[in-house]
Design a protein around this ligand. Structure first.
Ligand code: BES
Ligand code: MN
Ligand code: ZN
Length: 498
Protein backbone atom coordinates (compact mmCIF):
# COMPACT_ATOMS: atom_id res chain seq x y z
CA UNK A 1 0.00 0.00 0.00
CA UNK A 2 1.34 3.37 -1.05
CA UNK A 3 0.52 6.52 0.90
CA UNK A 4 0.74 10.10 -0.35
CA UNK A 5 -0.06 13.48 1.09
CA UNK A 6 -1.83 15.93 -1.21
CA UNK A 7 -3.24 19.41 -0.95
CA UNK A 8 -6.97 19.10 -1.03
CA UNK A 9 -7.49 21.95 -3.49
CA UNK A 10 -5.45 20.14 -6.14
CA UNK A 11 -7.73 17.14 -6.15
CA UNK A 12 -9.43 16.26 -9.38
CA UNK A 13 -12.48 14.09 -9.87
CA UNK A 14 -10.58 11.05 -11.01
CA UNK A 15 -10.08 9.35 -7.64
CA UNK A 16 -11.46 5.84 -7.26
CA UNK A 17 -13.02 6.74 -3.95
CA UNK A 18 -13.35 9.79 -1.74
CA UNK A 19 -13.48 8.83 1.93
CA UNK A 20 -15.24 11.56 3.88
CA UNK A 21 -16.28 11.91 7.48
CA UNK A 22 -19.80 13.04 8.41
CA UNK A 23 -20.83 14.26 11.86
CA UNK A 24 -24.04 13.17 13.48
CA UNK A 25 -24.95 16.73 14.43
CA UNK A 26 -24.36 20.27 13.15
CA UNK A 27 -22.09 20.77 10.11
CA UNK A 28 -21.60 17.70 7.97
CA UNK A 29 -17.80 17.92 8.13
CA UNK A 30 -15.22 19.81 6.07
CA UNK A 31 -14.99 17.56 3.00
CA UNK A 32 -18.52 16.21 3.32
CA UNK A 33 -19.90 19.75 3.19
CA UNK A 34 -18.00 20.46 0.00
CA UNK A 35 -18.92 17.20 -1.71
CA UNK A 36 -22.50 17.67 -0.56
CA UNK A 37 -22.64 20.83 -2.70
CA UNK A 38 -21.35 18.92 -5.75
CA UNK A 39 -24.02 16.28 -5.15
CA UNK A 40 -26.86 18.79 -4.78
CA UNK A 41 -27.27 18.29 -1.05
CA UNK A 42 -27.50 14.50 -1.18
CA UNK A 43 -25.39 13.85 1.94
CA UNK A 44 -27.36 16.32 4.05
CA UNK A 45 -30.58 14.80 2.80
CA UNK A 46 -29.45 11.24 3.65
CA UNK A 47 -28.58 12.37 7.16
CA UNK A 48 -31.75 14.39 7.57
CA UNK A 49 -33.97 11.58 6.32
CA UNK A 50 -32.40 9.09 8.72
CA UNK A 51 -30.88 6.97 5.95
CA UNK A 52 -27.39 7.70 7.23
CA UNK A 53 -27.32 8.77 10.85
CA UNK A 54 -23.49 9.22 10.93
CA UNK A 55 -23.10 7.36 14.20
CA UNK A 56 -19.43 6.66 14.91
CA UNK A 57 -18.13 4.00 12.52
CA UNK A 58 -21.29 3.82 10.41
CA UNK A 59 -20.57 3.60 6.68
CA UNK A 60 -22.42 4.24 3.44
CA UNK A 61 -21.00 3.85 -0.05
CA UNK A 62 -22.42 6.24 -2.65
CA UNK A 63 -21.91 5.56 -6.33
CA UNK A 64 -21.73 9.04 -7.84
CA UNK A 65 -22.67 10.49 -11.22
CA UNK A 66 -19.71 10.80 -13.60
CA UNK A 67 -17.87 14.10 -13.36
CA UNK A 68 -18.81 14.73 -9.74
CA UNK A 69 -16.72 14.19 -6.63
CA UNK A 70 -15.00 10.86 -7.31
CA UNK A 71 -16.03 7.53 -8.78
CA UNK A 72 -17.34 6.60 -5.33
CA UNK A 73 -17.92 8.48 -2.14
CA UNK A 74 -17.55 6.52 1.07
CA UNK A 75 -19.29 8.22 3.98
CA UNK A 76 -17.93 7.49 7.44
CA UNK A 77 -19.94 8.39 10.53
CA UNK A 78 -17.89 10.42 13.02
CA UNK A 79 -20.48 10.62 15.79
CA UNK A 80 -21.16 13.94 17.47
CA UNK A 81 -18.81 16.92 17.17
CA UNK A 82 -18.43 17.20 20.91
CA UNK A 83 -17.36 13.60 21.42
CA UNK A 84 -14.92 13.46 18.50
CA UNK A 85 -11.45 12.79 19.94
CA UNK A 86 -8.48 10.44 19.50
CA UNK A 87 -10.34 7.16 20.07
CA UNK A 88 -13.28 8.20 17.90
CA UNK A 89 -10.98 9.39 15.14
CA UNK A 90 -9.10 6.07 15.15
CA UNK A 91 -12.32 4.07 15.21
CA UNK A 92 -13.65 6.01 12.21
CA UNK A 93 -10.42 5.26 10.32
CA UNK A 94 -10.68 1.55 11.09
CA UNK A 95 -14.25 1.51 9.76
CA UNK A 96 -13.11 3.43 6.67
CA UNK A 97 -10.28 1.00 5.92
CA UNK A 98 -12.52 -2.05 6.25
CA UNK A 99 -15.22 -0.56 4.06
CA UNK A 100 -12.78 0.67 1.44
CA UNK A 101 -11.22 -2.78 1.13
CA UNK A 102 -14.62 -4.16 0.15
CA UNK A 103 -15.09 -1.69 -2.72
CA UNK A 104 -13.69 -2.02 -6.21
CA UNK A 105 -11.63 1.16 -5.88
CA UNK A 106 -7.92 0.87 -6.62
CA UNK A 107 -7.08 4.22 -5.09
CA UNK A 108 -8.68 6.56 -2.61
CA UNK A 109 -8.39 10.02 -1.15
CA UNK A 110 -8.99 10.09 2.59
CA UNK A 111 -10.37 13.42 3.80
CA UNK A 112 -10.70 12.48 7.46
CA UNK A 113 -7.37 14.04 8.47
CA UNK A 114 -8.83 17.47 7.56
CA UNK A 115 -11.12 17.31 10.57
CA UNK A 116 -9.85 18.93 13.73
CA UNK A 117 -9.40 16.40 16.52
CA UNK A 118 -8.74 17.61 20.05
CA UNK A 119 -4.98 17.64 20.77
CA UNK A 120 -4.00 15.83 17.58
CA UNK A 121 -1.80 17.62 15.06
CA UNK A 122 -1.86 16.96 11.32
CA UNK A 123 1.20 14.71 11.51
CA UNK A 124 -0.51 12.47 14.03
CA UNK A 125 -3.75 12.47 12.09
CA UNK A 126 -1.98 11.32 8.92
CA UNK A 127 0.17 8.82 10.83
CA UNK A 128 -2.98 7.22 12.18
CA UNK A 129 -4.38 6.87 8.65
CA UNK A 130 -1.36 4.90 7.43
CA UNK A 131 -1.01 2.84 10.59
CA UNK A 132 -4.67 1.91 10.82
CA UNK A 133 -5.11 1.23 7.10
CA UNK A 134 -2.06 -1.11 7.17
CA UNK A 135 -3.31 -2.83 10.31
CA UNK A 136 -6.86 -3.28 9.00
CA UNK A 137 -5.76 -4.63 5.64
CA UNK A 138 -3.33 -7.09 7.23
CA UNK A 139 -3.94 -10.67 6.12
CA UNK A 140 -2.78 -13.69 8.11
CA UNK A 141 -0.28 -15.71 6.06
CA UNK A 142 -2.49 -18.79 6.39
CA UNK A 143 -1.89 -22.26 5.00
CA UNK A 144 -5.41 -22.77 3.67
CA UNK A 145 -5.44 -24.70 0.42
CA UNK A 146 -8.86 -23.44 -0.69
CA UNK A 147 -8.98 -20.57 -3.17
CA UNK A 148 -7.85 -17.36 -1.50
CA UNK A 149 -10.50 -14.68 -1.05
CA UNK A 150 -9.87 -11.73 -3.34
CA UNK A 151 -7.27 -9.32 -2.01
CA UNK A 152 -8.49 -5.73 -1.64
CA UNK A 153 -7.92 -3.76 -4.85
CA UNK A 154 -6.85 -0.58 -3.15
CA UNK A 155 -3.11 -0.01 -3.48
CA UNK A 156 -2.80 3.75 -3.21
CA UNK A 157 -4.20 6.01 -0.51
CA UNK A 158 -3.81 9.79 -0.56
CA UNK A 159 -4.44 11.90 2.50
CA UNK A 160 -5.80 15.37 1.92
CA UNK A 161 -4.25 18.26 3.83
CA UNK A 162 -5.46 21.85 3.98
CA UNK A 163 -2.30 23.62 2.77
CA UNK A 164 1.39 23.13 1.93
CA UNK A 165 2.42 23.08 5.57
CA UNK A 166 -0.20 20.50 6.32
CA UNK A 167 0.90 18.50 3.30
CA UNK A 168 4.46 18.33 4.66
CA UNK A 169 3.30 17.31 8.12
CA UNK A 170 0.95 14.74 6.63
CA UNK A 171 3.75 13.25 4.52
CA UNK A 172 5.91 12.88 7.65
CA UNK A 173 3.03 11.31 9.50
CA UNK A 174 2.29 8.87 6.69
CA UNK A 175 5.92 7.72 6.63
CA UNK A 176 5.78 7.03 10.37
CA UNK A 177 2.41 5.30 10.15
CA UNK A 178 3.50 3.09 7.24
CA UNK A 179 6.68 2.11 9.11
CA UNK A 180 4.66 1.24 12.22
CA UNK A 181 2.41 -0.76 9.90
CA UNK A 182 5.33 -2.78 8.60
CA UNK A 183 6.71 -3.45 12.10
CA UNK A 184 3.23 -4.53 13.18
CA UNK A 185 2.93 -6.83 10.18
CA UNK A 186 6.32 -8.41 10.92
CA UNK A 187 5.30 -9.13 14.49
CA UNK A 188 1.90 -10.48 13.49
CA UNK A 189 3.34 -12.68 10.73
CA UNK A 190 5.87 -14.25 13.09
CA UNK A 191 3.39 -14.74 15.92
CA UNK A 192 0.65 -16.15 13.69
CA UNK A 193 2.90 -18.82 12.17
CA UNK A 194 2.46 -22.34 13.55
CA UNK A 195 5.07 -23.42 16.10
CA UNK A 196 6.39 -26.19 13.86
CA UNK A 197 7.40 -23.46 11.39
CA UNK A 198 8.24 -20.62 13.75
CA UNK A 199 10.96 -22.37 15.75
CA UNK A 200 13.86 -20.64 17.54
CA UNK A 201 16.03 -21.40 14.50
CA UNK A 202 13.45 -19.82 12.20
CA UNK A 203 13.25 -16.67 14.34
CA UNK A 204 17.04 -16.43 14.18
CA UNK A 205 16.93 -16.66 10.40
CA UNK A 206 14.27 -13.95 10.21
CA UNK A 207 16.36 -11.70 12.46
CA UNK A 208 19.28 -12.22 10.09
CA UNK A 209 16.89 -11.28 7.30
CA UNK A 210 16.36 -7.91 8.99
CA UNK A 211 20.11 -7.28 8.81
CA UNK A 212 20.03 -8.11 5.09
CA UNK A 213 17.16 -5.69 4.50
CA UNK A 214 18.70 -2.88 6.53
CA UNK A 215 22.45 -2.20 6.51
CA UNK A 216 21.90 -0.21 9.72
CA UNK A 217 21.08 -3.46 11.56
CA UNK A 218 23.66 -6.04 12.61
CA UNK A 219 22.34 -9.39 13.79
CA UNK A 220 24.14 -12.02 15.83
CA UNK A 221 22.51 -15.36 16.54
CA UNK A 222 24.05 -17.44 19.33
CA UNK A 223 23.56 -21.22 19.36
CA UNK A 224 23.36 -23.52 22.36
CA UNK A 225 27.13 -23.81 22.70
CA UNK A 226 27.50 -20.03 22.76
CA UNK A 227 24.62 -19.72 25.25
CA UNK A 228 26.43 -22.23 27.47
CA UNK A 229 29.61 -20.19 27.18
CA UNK A 230 27.62 -17.18 28.41
CA UNK A 231 26.58 -19.25 31.46
CA UNK A 232 22.87 -18.59 30.97
CA UNK A 233 21.87 -21.39 33.33
CA UNK A 234 18.23 -20.36 33.65
CA UNK A 235 17.68 -20.03 29.89
CA UNK A 236 19.39 -23.39 29.34
CA UNK A 237 17.15 -25.07 31.93
CA UNK A 238 14.04 -24.07 29.97
CA UNK A 239 15.32 -25.31 26.63
CA UNK A 240 16.73 -28.62 27.90
CA UNK A 241 13.44 -30.52 27.50
CA UNK A 242 13.12 -29.70 23.81
CA UNK A 243 14.59 -31.24 20.67
CA UNK A 244 14.56 -27.82 19.02
CA UNK A 245 17.85 -26.00 19.62
CA UNK A 246 17.61 -22.60 21.38
CA UNK A 247 18.85 -19.31 20.03
CA UNK A 248 19.88 -16.00 21.54
CA UNK A 249 19.14 -13.32 18.98
CA UNK A 250 20.84 -9.93 19.23
CA UNK A 251 20.04 -7.20 16.68
CA UNK A 252 21.95 -3.95 16.94
CA UNK A 253 20.77 -0.79 15.22
CA UNK A 254 23.10 2.20 15.22
CA UNK A 255 21.35 5.38 14.16
CA UNK A 256 22.61 7.66 16.90
CA UNK A 257 26.04 8.88 17.99
CA UNK A 258 28.58 6.16 18.70
CA UNK A 259 29.00 7.39 22.26
CA UNK A 260 25.28 7.34 22.96
CA UNK A 261 23.98 4.57 25.23
CA UNK A 262 21.48 2.33 23.46
CA UNK A 263 18.01 1.34 24.51
CA UNK A 264 17.72 -2.42 24.90
CA UNK A 265 14.46 -4.16 24.10
CA UNK A 266 14.30 -7.70 25.44
CA UNK A 267 11.52 -9.96 24.12
CA UNK A 268 10.33 -13.33 25.41
CA UNK A 269 10.68 -15.82 22.56
CA UNK A 270 9.06 -19.06 23.76
CA UNK A 271 7.94 -20.53 20.42
CA UNK A 272 5.75 -23.02 22.26
CA UNK A 273 4.92 -23.12 25.96
CA UNK A 274 3.51 -26.51 26.93
CA UNK A 275 4.32 -25.73 30.56
CA UNK A 276 7.05 -28.37 30.58
CA UNK A 277 6.81 -30.99 33.36
CA UNK A 278 4.30 -28.63 35.05
CA UNK A 279 2.19 -29.33 31.98
CA UNK A 280 -0.62 -26.95 31.07
CA UNK A 281 -4.26 -28.01 30.74
CA UNK A 282 -5.30 -28.80 27.17
CA UNK A 283 -7.87 -25.99 26.60
CA UNK A 284 -6.31 -23.24 24.49
CA UNK A 285 -2.84 -24.78 24.70
CA UNK A 286 -2.54 -24.08 20.97
CA UNK A 287 -2.45 -20.38 21.86
CA UNK A 288 0.91 -20.94 23.49
CA UNK A 289 2.41 -20.64 20.02
CA UNK A 290 1.92 -16.90 20.67
CA UNK A 291 4.30 -17.07 23.64
CA UNK A 292 7.04 -15.61 21.43
CA UNK A 293 4.98 -12.44 20.92
CA UNK A 294 7.36 -10.32 22.99
CA UNK A 295 10.30 -11.43 20.86
CA UNK A 296 8.32 -10.77 17.70
CA UNK A 297 7.35 -7.32 19.02
CA UNK A 298 10.92 -6.21 19.62
CA UNK A 299 11.91 -7.41 16.13
CA UNK A 300 8.90 -5.54 14.73
CA UNK A 301 9.90 -2.36 16.56
CA UNK A 302 13.45 -2.83 15.26
CA UNK A 303 12.16 -2.98 11.72
CA UNK A 304 10.11 0.21 12.14
CA UNK A 305 13.03 2.11 13.67
CA UNK A 306 15.35 1.04 10.84
CA UNK A 307 12.78 2.03 8.22
CA UNK A 308 12.46 5.45 9.80
CA UNK A 309 16.23 5.76 10.28
CA UNK A 310 15.64 7.16 13.76
CA UNK A 311 18.70 8.86 15.26
CA UNK A 312 18.95 6.50 18.22
CA UNK A 313 20.88 3.37 19.15
CA UNK A 314 18.74 0.33 19.74
CA UNK A 315 19.45 -3.28 20.65
CA UNK A 316 16.85 -6.05 20.43
CA UNK A 317 17.60 -9.18 22.46
CA UNK A 318 15.44 -12.27 22.03
CA UNK A 319 16.12 -15.42 24.03
CA UNK A 320 14.13 -18.05 22.16
CA UNK A 321 13.39 -21.72 22.82
CA UNK A 322 10.55 -24.16 23.44
CA UNK A 323 9.23 -25.16 26.86
CA UNK A 324 8.58 -28.91 26.60
CA UNK A 325 8.30 -31.94 28.88
CA UNK A 326 10.67 -34.84 28.31
CA UNK A 327 12.89 -37.16 30.26
CA UNK A 328 15.62 -34.56 30.03
CA UNK A 329 13.38 -31.63 30.94
CA UNK A 330 13.96 -29.43 33.96
CA UNK A 331 11.96 -30.62 36.99
CA UNK A 332 10.19 -28.82 39.81
CA UNK A 333 12.80 -28.46 42.60
CA UNK A 334 15.76 -28.24 40.22
CA UNK A 335 18.12 -25.40 41.10
CA UNK A 336 20.00 -23.47 38.41
CA UNK A 337 22.62 -20.75 38.42
CA UNK A 338 21.68 -17.74 36.33
CA UNK A 339 24.12 -15.67 34.29
CA UNK A 340 24.02 -13.09 37.10
CA UNK A 341 25.32 -15.70 39.56
CA UNK A 342 22.07 -15.78 41.56
CA UNK A 343 20.62 -19.25 42.05
CA UNK A 344 16.95 -20.04 41.31
CA UNK A 345 14.85 -22.91 42.58
CA UNK A 346 12.47 -23.85 39.75
CA UNK A 347 9.28 -24.79 41.60
CA UNK A 348 7.06 -24.61 38.54
CA UNK A 349 8.46 -25.24 35.07
CA UNK A 350 5.54 -23.28 33.57
CA UNK A 351 7.02 -20.07 34.97
CA UNK A 352 9.66 -20.27 32.22
CA UNK A 353 9.41 -16.77 30.77
CA UNK A 354 11.13 -15.12 33.73
CA UNK A 355 13.90 -17.75 33.50
CA UNK A 356 14.89 -16.91 29.95
CA UNK A 357 14.35 -13.18 30.50
CA UNK A 358 16.47 -12.90 33.63
CA UNK A 359 19.52 -14.12 31.70
CA UNK A 360 18.73 -11.89 28.73
CA UNK A 361 18.42 -8.86 31.04
CA UNK A 362 21.79 -9.72 32.57
CA UNK A 363 23.22 -10.03 29.05
CA UNK A 364 21.89 -6.54 28.17
CA UNK A 365 24.31 -5.01 30.71
CA UNK A 366 27.18 -5.37 28.28
CA UNK A 367 25.64 -2.62 26.14
CA UNK A 368 25.64 -0.17 29.08
CA UNK A 369 22.05 0.63 28.14
CA UNK A 370 20.25 3.91 28.79
CA UNK A 371 17.16 1.80 29.46
CA UNK A 372 16.11 -1.83 29.27
CA UNK A 373 12.51 -2.68 28.44
CA UNK A 374 11.41 -6.28 28.39
CA UNK A 375 8.23 -7.41 26.64
CA UNK A 376 6.69 -10.73 27.56
CA UNK A 377 3.46 -12.71 27.57
CA UNK A 378 4.48 -13.51 31.10
CA UNK A 379 1.49 -14.26 33.32
CA UNK A 380 -2.12 -15.37 33.17
CA UNK A 381 -2.46 -13.30 36.34
CA UNK A 382 -1.94 -10.12 34.29
CA UNK A 383 -4.99 -11.04 32.22
CA UNK A 384 -6.99 -11.52 35.42
CA UNK A 385 -5.82 -8.10 36.64
CA UNK A 386 -6.25 -6.03 33.48
CA UNK A 387 -8.27 -8.08 31.00
CA UNK A 388 -7.36 -7.78 27.35
CA UNK A 389 -7.29 -4.00 27.21
CA UNK A 390 -4.12 -2.88 28.93
CA UNK A 391 -0.65 -4.35 29.02
CA UNK A 392 0.84 -4.51 32.52
CA UNK A 393 3.63 -1.98 33.08
CA UNK A 394 6.13 -2.39 35.90
CA UNK A 395 9.31 -0.40 36.40
CA UNK A 396 12.02 0.52 38.86
CA UNK A 397 12.13 4.02 37.39
CA UNK A 398 9.27 6.54 37.65
CA UNK A 399 10.32 8.68 34.69
CA UNK A 400 10.67 5.68 32.38
CA UNK A 401 7.28 4.32 33.47
CA UNK A 402 5.67 7.70 32.82
CA UNK A 403 7.24 7.88 29.36
CA UNK A 404 5.99 4.42 28.43
CA UNK A 405 2.54 5.08 29.79
CA UNK A 406 2.27 8.30 27.77
CA UNK A 407 3.51 6.51 24.64
CA UNK A 408 0.76 3.94 25.10
CA UNK A 409 -1.89 6.67 25.28
CA UNK A 410 -0.63 8.44 22.15
CA UNK A 411 -0.32 5.19 20.21
CA UNK A 412 -3.68 3.90 21.47
CA UNK A 413 -1.82 0.84 22.78
CA UNK A 414 -2.25 1.40 26.46
CA UNK A 415 -0.41 0.03 29.45
CA UNK A 416 -1.41 0.24 33.10
CA UNK A 417 1.10 0.56 35.90
CA UNK A 418 1.25 -2.29 38.41
CA UNK A 419 3.46 -2.44 41.52
CA UNK A 420 6.67 -4.34 42.19
CA UNK A 421 8.83 -4.43 45.31
CA UNK A 422 10.17 -6.18 48.38
CA UNK A 423 6.70 -7.33 49.47
CA UNK A 424 6.42 -9.38 46.31
CA UNK A 425 10.04 -10.52 46.37
CA UNK A 426 9.30 -11.94 49.84
CA UNK A 427 6.74 -14.25 48.22
CA UNK A 428 9.61 -15.72 46.16
CA UNK A 429 11.60 -16.97 49.16
CA UNK A 430 13.25 -20.36 48.78
CA UNK A 431 14.79 -22.50 51.51
CA UNK A 432 17.28 -23.91 49.01
CA UNK A 433 18.29 -21.17 46.57
CA UNK A 434 18.56 -17.37 46.41
CA UNK A 435 15.08 -17.09 44.95
CA UNK A 436 12.21 -19.30 43.75
CA UNK A 437 10.68 -18.83 40.31
CA UNK A 438 7.08 -18.67 41.58
CA UNK A 439 5.46 -16.88 44.50
CA UNK A 440 1.92 -18.20 44.80
CA UNK A 441 -1.27 -17.10 43.07
CA UNK A 442 -1.67 -13.75 44.76
CA UNK A 443 -0.39 -10.87 42.66
CA UNK A 444 1.10 -13.25 40.09
CA UNK A 445 1.91 -10.54 37.55
CA UNK A 446 3.65 -8.51 40.26
CA UNK A 447 5.70 -11.40 41.66
CA UNK A 448 6.84 -12.29 38.12
CA UNK A 449 7.96 -8.72 37.48
CA UNK A 450 9.53 -8.50 40.93
CA UNK A 451 11.52 -11.65 40.11
CA UNK A 452 12.87 -9.85 37.02
CA UNK A 453 13.62 -6.73 39.05
CA UNK A 454 16.20 -8.77 41.00
CA UNK A 455 18.17 -9.01 37.76
CA UNK A 456 17.60 -5.38 36.74
CA UNK A 457 19.20 -3.76 39.80
CA UNK A 458 20.86 -0.44 38.89
CA UNK A 459 19.44 -0.56 35.38
CA UNK A 460 16.69 1.80 34.23
CA UNK A 461 14.29 -1.00 33.55
CA UNK A 462 10.65 -1.50 32.66
CA UNK A 463 8.61 -4.60 31.97
CA UNK A 464 5.53 -4.93 29.77
CA UNK A 465 3.37 -7.98 30.48
CA UNK A 466 1.41 -8.45 27.26
CA UNK A 467 -0.26 -11.76 28.14
CA UNK A 468 -3.70 -10.17 27.71
CA UNK A 469 -2.95 -7.89 24.76
CA UNK A 470 -0.63 -9.71 22.35
CA UNK A 471 -3.28 -11.85 20.69
CA UNK A 472 -7.03 -12.32 20.34
CA UNK A 473 -8.78 -15.62 21.03
CA UNK A 474 -12.00 -17.05 19.61
CA UNK A 475 -13.24 -16.28 16.11
CA UNK A 476 -10.74 -13.45 15.75
CA UNK A 477 -7.81 -15.60 16.88
CA UNK A 478 -4.56 -13.99 15.84
CA UNK A 479 -1.74 -11.67 16.82
CA UNK A 480 -2.67 -8.03 17.55
CA UNK A 481 0.79 -6.60 16.97
CA UNK A 482 0.80 -5.06 20.43
CA UNK A 483 2.88 -3.45 21.90
CA UNK A 484 4.74 -2.44 18.71
CA UNK A 485 2.84 0.89 18.48
CA UNK A 486 3.66 1.73 22.11
CA UNK A 487 7.34 0.84 21.73
CA UNK A 488 7.74 2.79 18.50
CA UNK A 489 6.02 5.85 19.92
CA UNK A 490 8.34 5.73 22.92
CA UNK A 491 11.41 5.43 20.66
CA UNK A 492 10.28 8.24 18.34
CA UNK A 493 9.96 10.48 21.37
CA UNK A 494 13.40 9.49 22.62
CA UNK A 495 14.75 10.32 19.16
CA UNK A 496 13.07 13.74 19.22
CA UNK A 497 14.57 14.47 22.62
CA UNK A 498 18.14 13.97 21.35
N1 BES B 1 3.08 -17.94 28.80
C1 BES B 1 2.50 -18.12 30.08
C2 BES B 1 1.58 -16.95 30.46
C3 BES B 1 0.28 -16.88 29.72
C4 BES B 1 -0.75 -17.72 30.03
C5 BES B 1 0.11 -15.93 28.75
C6 BES B 1 -1.96 -17.62 29.36
C7 BES B 1 -1.10 -15.82 28.08
C8 BES B 1 -2.12 -16.67 28.38
C9 BES B 1 3.57 -18.24 31.14
O1 BES B 1 4.73 -18.86 30.75
C10 BES B 1 2.99 -19.03 32.25
O2 BES B 1 2.72 -20.18 32.04
N2 BES B 1 2.82 -18.41 33.41
C11 BES B 1 2.25 -19.07 34.53
C12 BES B 1 3.03 -18.66 35.75
C13 BES B 1 2.66 -19.44 36.99
C14 BES B 1 3.12 -20.88 36.83
C15 BES B 1 3.30 -18.81 38.17
C16 BES B 1 0.80 -18.64 34.65
O3 BES B 1 0.49 -17.47 34.40
O4 BES B 1 -0.04 -19.49 34.93
MN1 MN C 1 4.59 -20.97 30.99
ZN1 ZN D 1 5.17 -18.79 28.78
Amino acid sequence: MEFKAIIDAKVRNDAGCAVVGVYEDGDLGIAAGRIDKQLDGLIGKLRGDGDFSAKLGEILLLPTPAGTAAARVLLIGLGTHSSFARKQYRKALAAAAQALAKTGAGDAIVYLALEGVADLDVQYRARAVAEIFCAQLYKIPDLKTSAKPKAPRVTSVSVAAADARGEKAAAEGLAIGAAVGSGLALMRDLANLPPNVCTPTYLGTRAQGLAKDFPSIKTKVFDEKAIKALKMGAFLAVTQGSDQPPRLIVCEYRGGKKSEAPICLVGKGITFDSGGISLKDPPAMDEMKFDMSGGAAVLGAMRTVAELELPINLVAIVPTCENMPSSGAVKPADIVTTMSGQTVEILNTDAEGRLILCDAITYSRRFKPAAVIDVATLTGACIIALGNHFSGLMSNNEALADELEAAGVRADDRAWRLPIGEEYVDQLKSNFADIANVGGREGGACTAASFLSKFAKDLQWAHLDTAGTAWLSGAQKGSTGRPVPLLVDFLINRARAT
